[in-house]
Design a protein around this ligand. Structure first.
Ligand code: NAP
Ligand code: GLV
Length: 313
């Protein structure tokens, strides 16, 4: 079995070593420009057009991330980047759900327990107890109830907070009030105190975090965007912060990454910024999952995580 590997981002050597260890029978090679030799599987992050274009030998392409928006955008820009009729398989969880829950819980509790306001009081050397947020109306709304959103929603609910979730198709999750499809979006948003975005970026979800969305939330709502920068209309967030409609935001993802020097978000004290690090791709977990799926496909068994290209996720 022959496996092609490519990532522009991290240390390919370590990935190649781990893949060879997990799949000792496979010939795993890093793709180099001009390599047209046969391969059975490709494991990629943002592959160059020439890597996979026109190949008819592949049984599957594995995306080294949960989100497939980048690879689908490459395909739109340069058709043929993905070979036709070859399944595209994404990472499912691989340790990201736990990381995402830690990140979101931190942000939710920081707002609920007013830590930022206590930090300001401390800076003024003031001893002053702030009224707690009423727990029963501190509703957390999670946009996207997939692998990550479902786990995050469950973990937040375990703190006894009211939690709602929104997805495309109807879902039932114990302890979570669920809403599905555009017809239920307004009901989902109505009165939400903390909005957490864990949607995939697709043409349907582009710009979903906008002034109209913010207007439906509870007063002084909080925004946590851990999905994609293109979900957020940045000007609308700055305006909502200035009017107080949104009290503050924690943002892990941005339209342009790294966030450019001089971007107004850097100097907005009500925005907390992290560098797309809420849930990192963990090599050991990812290699184990991909190796397990390659084994299943080789035995003609079904695998999960196959992307619906038309749907965009
Ligand atoms: P997933 O399992 O595919 O879940 C996607 C969820 O979004 C599903 O519940 C889906 O609804 C829902 N959805 C999709 N389109 C929708 C629409 N138009 N309206 C309403 N709901 C819609 O994805 P995941 O693994 O949880 O990952 C979610 C996203 O997180 C990824 O796409 C990626 O962009 C982002 N991410 C970010 C980081 C980071 O470090 N910041 C790390 C990993 C992932 P159905 O249930 O009906 O299909
Ligand atoms: C990271 O953002 C991913 O999609 O895995």
């Amino acid at each position: 079995m022959k496996i092609l590997f490519y990532t522009p981002q991290s240390d390919a050597t370590a990935w190649l070593a781990d893949l060879r260890c997990a799949l000792p029978e496979a010939d795993v090679r890093e793709w180099q420009p001009g390599d047209r030799a046969p391969a059975d599987f490709a494991i990629v992050w943002r592959p160059p057009h020439d890597m996979l274009a026109g190949r008819s030998d592949l049984r599957a392409v594995f995306n080294l991330g949960a989100g497939v928006d980048a690879i689908l955008a490459l395909e739109r820009e340069q058709p043929g980047t993905l070979p036709s009729n070859v399944p595209l398989v994404r990472l499912e969880d691989t340790g990201m759900a736990e990381q995402m829950a830690e990140y979101v819980v931190h942000a939710v509790l920081r707002y609920m327990r007013r830590f930022d306001e206590y930090a300001l009081l401390q800076a003024e050397h003031r001893w002053h107890v702030l009224d707690p947020h009423p727990r029963e109306s501190f509703t957390v709304g999670v946009l996207g109830l997939g692998v990550l959103g479902t786990h995050v929603a469950r973990v937040i609910a375990s703190f006894g907070l009211p939690v709602r979730g929104y997805s495309r198709s109807a879902r039932h999750i114990d302890g979570i009030a669920t809403y599905a499809g555009p017809a239920q979006l307004d009901a989902f948003l109505d009165g939400v105190k903390v909005l957490v975005n864990l949607l995939p970026h697709t043409p349907e979800t582009h710009d979903v975090l906008n002034a109209g969305t913010f207007a439906k939330l509870a007063d002084h709502a909080y925004l946590i965007n851990v999905a994609r920068g293109a979900h957020l209309v940045e000007r609308d967030l700055l305006d909502a912060l200035h009017t107080g409609r949104i009290a503050a935001a924690t943002l892990d993802v941005f339209r342009e990454e790294p966030l450019p020097a001089g971007h107004p978000f850097w100097s907005e004290p009500r925005i907390t910024i992290t560098p797309h690090s809420s849930a990192l791709t963990l090599r050991a977990e990812s290699v184990a999952q991909i190796a397990q799926k390659i084994g299943a496909l080789t035995r003609n068994e079904p695998v999960t995580g196959i992307v619906d290209i038309a749907r965009g996720y």
